[in-house]
Structures are given as structure tokens and as C-alpha cells.
Design a binder for this molecule. Structure first.
Ligand code: NAD
Length: 293
């Protein structure tokens, strides 16, 4: 039976480490890290995510600023807000919560963010620096996965890592990170996606399997070899009559049967998910300490 990779525990630990560091910065009269978040419109899920980020900042002693804008905000108006945040010397880093309303081009906004303050790691300069293995802000989910592998001391050098999914926020950056000449990394990487034939032939060769396709319980025991390390990124909310809330979260991996063969596995919920906030806070601390630029 696999050892559980406990993302909730590691996320709490990282936040506690940052809290202690911020407290020392405060005591020495240093600058308190300051994260801003821009929320456009009233999307319920986005409100929840941004609310959780602001609350996490408060808990660890960061300053936080929430910029709430109406759904009707124009692209030009948002670009001006972004310009203002770029110039605001007190703000170390900021995020613009995605997705934006349909009349605003997400990519245009991402590219207007000063890369020095790009704590979401989505700016093309951040992505390019990641590919070149230069200091940068890693996007939250990949940074969280890297932290989990590191904290559980999972050996990666010389291993075969198979990534399922090539999205810009998870699969694609994970394939780059696992192949880089660093720890975690130094893997031989196979990146699979919706056009990959005979997927099982690849997954059966994986020493480390990172699954991010968004299809509940897609990976089954017959698709993995004994001893595999499984990172399940998928989160799908489905109705259930077995829970009080009427909903249950499913990962992309059929947990019980795959866990019986794996050496390590991330659960859903409680695996990769809780790490995203810790990653954002780590990036903001880096920005405040000018560790990247
Ligand atoms: P996406 O929809 O942008 O990308 C899915 C990828 O899966 C695509 O690249 C596609 O080519 C690939 N794919 C689809 N069907 C496939 C198949 N049958 N075989 C092989 N590849 C296939 O998804 P995403 O944004 O990367 O998210 C993936 C999952 O991870 C979702 O469930 C999402 O909710 C979850 N997610 C979780 C976190 C977290 O914090 N835990 C963060 C981001 C995303």
C-alpha cells in the first residue's frame, strides 16, 4: 500500500515556516510582504479562491490588497489598474484572478503584468525563464507538486516521468520541470495528451506518473506498474448521495486500486489542491526579498 503524500500537512507546514519568517522580518523592521489580488466580476468560484488567498495572507502576517472591479470593467480600464499595480512600490506581487469576463483578453492582461511582480508565473517571461532553468516564479500548481516531491524526498534523477495533460497551467510546465537539470527533475519525460494513441503503453513505463486531464478516475490499476509514484492533479466535483453536502470530489486516478500498487500517491482532496496557496505565498515572499530579479 502506498504512502500518502499529504498536501494539506505540507501546505500548513510551509505557511507556518513563512509566518515565522515574516515575524522575524517585522521584528527587524524590514518590509512586510504585500500581495494584491484583482477580482473582476462576481464569479462565485473566483470569489472563493481570491477570498482564500487573502485570508491566507492575513494568517501568516502578509499585507494584502483586494482590488474588486465590476463585471462591466473594460479591458482598457483593467490595463490601467495593472499599470498602477506595476508602479506601486509597496506591492511586491499581484495576481489577476482568471478567467476574466469574456470581453477582456486574458493573455493581453497577463502580458501587461510586470514580470517582477508576476507571482502567478503566467507571464511569457516567467515561462521562458522556467524553461531556461533561471530563477523565476513557478506557476502555483507545478510549484506545489515540486514542493511535495521535495518534501517527501522522492527520488527523481534517472526516473521515467509520464505526464498526462499538456495545459499551460499544469501538464506542460510539469513536463519542463521534471526534465530540467535540477532536483526535482533529471527525469526522462513523456508528455501524453488527448492525441496520444495507446496511452497505457506509456503509463505502464512510468516510475512517476503526473495526471492532469480532468477525467474522474481515468487512471486504473492495470495502467500502472508496481511501485509507481502517482501525483493526481485532477479535481472534478460530482453529485453524490453519500455525502452531507451532496457533492464529492474525484481525482483523475481510481485511488484505492492504484494506491494498492503505488509507492507514493497524492489523495483528492488533500493532495495537490492545498499546495496552490502555499506556492503563491512562497512566490510573494520571493518577490518581497527580491530573490528572482
Ligand atoms: P485542461 O482541460 O486545460 O487540459 C487537459 C489536458 O488533458 C489537455 O492537455 C488534453 O490534451 C489532455 N487530455 C484530455 N483527455 C485526454 C485523454 N483521454 N488522454 C490523454 N490526455 C487527455 O486541464 P487542466 O487545467 O490542466 O486541469 C486538469 C485537471 O486538474 C482538472 O480536473 C482541473 O480541475 C485540475 N486542476 C487542479 C488543480 C489543483 O490545484 N489541484 C489546479 C489546476 C487544475
Amino acid at each position: 500500500m502506498a504512502e500518502l503524500i499529504d498536501g494539506k500537512k505540507i501546505s500548513t507546514l510551509i505557511q507556518e515556516e513563512i509566518r515565522v519568517e515574516v515575524s522575524a522580518i517585522k521584528n527587524n523592521g524590514g518590509k512586510i510582504p504585500h500581495l494584491a489580488a484583482v477580482l473582476v466580476g462576481n464569479d462565485g468560484a473566483s470569489e472563493t479562491y481570491v477570498g482564500a488567498k487573502v485570508k491566507a495572507c492575513e494568517n501568516i502576517g502578509f499585507k494584502s490588497t483586494l482590488v474588486r472591479l465590476a463585471e462591466s470593467t473594460t479591458e482598457q480600464e483593467l490595463l490601467m489598474i495593472v499599470e498602477g499595480l506595476n508602479k506601486d512600490a509597496d506591492i511586491d506581487g499581484y495576481i489577476v484572478q482568471l478567467p476574466l469576463p469574456k470581453h477582456i483578453n486574458d493573455q493581453k492582461i497577463i502580458e501587461a503584468i510586470d514580470p517582477k511582480k508576476d507571482v502567478d508565473g503566467f507571464h511569457p517571461q516567467s515561462v521562458g525563464r522556467m524553461a531556461l532553468n533561471l530563477p523565476t516564479y513557478l506557476p502555483a500548481t507545478p510549484f506545489g507538486i515540486v514542493q511535495l516531491l521535495e518534501r517527501y524526498k522522492i527520488e527523481t534523477a534517472g526516473k521515467h516521468c509520464v505526464v498526462i495533460g499538456r495545459s499551460h497551467i499544469v501538464g506542460s510546465p510539469m513536463s519542463i520541470l521534471m526534465a530540467r537539470n535540477a532536483y526535482p527533475g533529471n527525469c526522462t519525460v513523456t508528455l501524453c495528451h488527448s492525441r496520444t494513441p495507446n496511452l497505457k503503453e506509456h503509463t505502464l513505463k512510468a516510475d512517476i506518473l503526473i495526471v492532469a486531464l480532468g477525467k474522474p478516475e481515468f487512471v486504473t490499476a492495470d495502467m500502472v506498474k508496481d511501485g509507481v509514484v502517482v501525483v493526481d492533479v485532477g479535481i472534478t466535483r460530482m453529485t453524490s448521495d453519500k455525502t452531507k453536502s451532496g457533492f464529492k470530489l474525484f481525482g483523475d486516478v481510481k485511488f484505492d486500486e492504484v494506491a494498492a500498487k503505488a509507492s507514493f500517491i497524492t489523495p483528492v482532496p488533500g493532495g495537490v489542491g492545498p499546495m496552490t496557496i502555499a506556492s503563491l505565498l512562497m512566490n510573494t515572499l520571493k518577490a518581497s526579498k527580491k530573490e528572482v530579479y
